[in-house]
Design a protein. Sequence first.
Length: 371
Amino acid sequence: MLICKQKIFSVSLAALMLVTSCNNTKQSDKFPNKEEKPINIILMIGDGMGVSQISTMFYFNPEDSEFKRFEHIGFIKTSSASNKVTDSAAAGTALATGHKTYNRGIGVTPDSVSLTSIMKLLQNKGYQTGLISLSSITDATPASFYANVTDRNMQEEIARQLVESNIDFFAGGGLKFFNQRFDGLNLTSLLKQKGYLLDSLVLPASIKSEEKFAGLMANDGLLPKHEGRGQFLKEATELALNRLSGSQNGFFLMIEGSYIDWAGHAKNSEFLIAEMLDFEETLKVAIDYVDNNKNTLLIVTGDHETGGVSIEKTNNSDSVVVTFKTDQHTADLIPVFAKGFGEEQFRGFYENTDVFNKISILTGINKNIGR
């Protein structure tokens, strides 16, 4: 009888070990060891994108919303150090540096001391980096990841700092801040001297893995989607991912859907839906990349909400309509969606600065920040 018990115990132990081994294999497949292969970070920011802006995709998108592919969702408080209602400069700085600052400040503390962004910290770790924006690449949100200025309007200085930032790939508007400057400098020439492939007309079909790319596709921002911008955001994202994925040390890519904010300021529902559909097309590219590259983390959020948007019933039918309460920013909590390595860390309610903190932990920049 004792022998039977021993046999049963041995079989049970073997079964337990097999189950544990299978579970460990599944865990390893989903969350690879970051010491063996660096974690890629894709951060998508819908400027002015709150819950209601995202909700439009569940009513006005003829396809299933890409947001349905997320299982891990949190919410951030966006207030700046100076105001309950933030602007894009302070919000971008919080996301990029982990510090609150005053409205209009970029990459600086409330006392105007320069801060180091997540992008720069990852560059120091060997990461390759990229930025994409529909507005000027020197605008508040993208600038927060490489510049340190006391006011967001200092766009010529921001452009100068971009040239010195050593970013591997950037694409957006803002050409005039590089070649039509008050100081007479031609920063496009400096970019070429630094080895950048520079284009101001069309995105190239491909880029070699060792090439740096600067796409300055308009003097200011690009055209709004409903005015004929085309597939720039999606195509620039595909190009950037193809270029950066060759990095052996990981990459960081920030993608901004800039004009969701503009649509809120304009209180224009057609404009808003067009920009959200454009953002979703780009989101599909990013999610598909994560599904095929398990060492990648995708984070999707907004810097603040714009327009006090709601989706309301109409008087005569079961249809709905997008309405606006204001043409300004609001203090609404903003959703955070995460998919890929470490996705579960982004659930719950937290400050916008914690997006930086969580990325820092997952990439090993700072292991001591509380989750």
